[in-house]
Write a protein of this length. Structure first.
Length: 347
């Protein structure tokens, strides 16, 4: 039986992505039966391996495989001139290459060649310098897979947070909140946590304002939007409490009670999550027709190519992708999800 392939994109070449990929290739205790395929630049991986004094012996492929029996590296033609990369700096060539790696991984997943994908960190600035106008991985992957109903989940065994809004200004959040969007994210979160943990979670629906609005004293979004959303969530038989005051929703007692917190904006959920699970947290894109995970940290330019990156979150992302994807390789229906050309959203 062919081993499922997990595509692992190298991310921004000037960041910690290359070292994370090398550390993954060096492991002899990879979980499950899946096999990793690094999609990245061989020259960069070779340079970083020499810098941090680690063996780099994986087979190198010049075409994306559909069958693989051992870890390998696929270097897409023309994606990056590895000798030009300067570690720790935003560069247009790195942003362009990072997008190319993601495109190749998505193509393989949608075609059924890959069982899932793990993404090493990218630089939004470098990606923007290369002409790609996306706030981050999540929005790019949704566009590439033609997915409209998606959301970000930060997951760990200690805490899980799903986000109604994510990469946008705080000023714009209240106008972005709708009953329908909150219900969508709650349903995605309930399904995702059930798939990961094997049991249905109780959701904590957070308020937007201090003290969850204090009965309208500090804002009306809880009464107008969040409470009606809770009612609709209950109508589809999902266990949920709220709107809850955000400052008391993450106590040790609350964390035992709730399987996932539904945050109204990015920092509301990301700050407590990274306080508790920075080294082990995993970013999951919910709603996609493919499995995608990533570590919950960025490119860490300040420690790039120095051999000191912490690998726990990246390894956890790989392990979770393997768990979610190898149960059933997801093959997109013919003609439904395709990726035939370059990304359309240009600056």
């Amino acid at each position: 039986m062919n081993r499922p392939i997990i595509a692992v994109t190298m991310g921004d070449a000037a960041g910690v992505g290359p070292e994370l990929c090398l550390r993954l290739l060096a492991r002899t205790d990879l979980p499950g039966n899946a096999v990793p395929l690094i999609i990245g630049d061989v020259d960069v991986l070779t340079r970083v391996a020499k810098e941090i004094k680690i063996d780099f012996k994986a087979q190198q492929l010049d075409a994306a495989p559909s069958v693989l029996d051992a870890p390998a590296v696929y270097d897409p033609p023309g994606s990056l001139a590895g000798n030009l990369v300067e570690p720790g700096k935003n560069q247009e060539i790195c942003g362009k290459a990072a997008v190319r790696y993601i495109e190749e991984a998505v193509k393989g997943c949608l075609a059924g060649r890959f069982a899932g994908m793990v993404t090493a960190p990218i630089s939004k600035k470098a990606m923007n310098m290369a002409g790609y106008d996306y706030p981050g991985h999540t929005e790019m992957l949704a566009d590439l897979t033609r997915c409209n109903n998606y959301a970000m989940l930060l997951y760990s065994e200690k805490i899980a947070c799903a986000f109604v809004t994510s990469h946008q200004s705080l000023r714009s959040v209240p106008d972005s909140l709708t009953i329908e969007r909150i219900v969508e994210v709650a349903e995605l979160a309930a399904n995702s946590i059930t798939a990961i943990r094997g049991r249905e979670p109780r959701l904590a629906l957070l308020g937007l304002n201090p003290h969850a609005g204090e009965e309208g004293l500090f804002g009306g979004e809880e009464a107008r939007i969040i409470a009606p959303a809770k009612k609709k969530i209950e109508e589809i038989f999902i266990n949920v409490d709220g709107p809850l005051p955000p400052d008391t929703a993450f106590t040790p007692t609350a964390l035992k009670r709730f399987g996932c917190h539904i945050a109204m904006y990015h920092d509301q959920g990301a700050i407590p999550f990274k306080m508790l699970a920075f080294d082990t947290g995993v970013n999951v894109t919910m709603g996609l027709p493919i499995v995608r995970t990533s570590p919950d940290h960025g490119t860490a330019f300040d420690i790039a190519w120095k051999g000191v990156v912490q690998t726990d979150s990246f390894f956890a992302a790989y392990a979770l992708a393997e768990r979610l994807s190898v149960r059933e390789i997801r093959i997109a229906p013919s003609g439904l999800h395709t990726l035939d050309g370059p990304i359309a959203h240009m600056v």
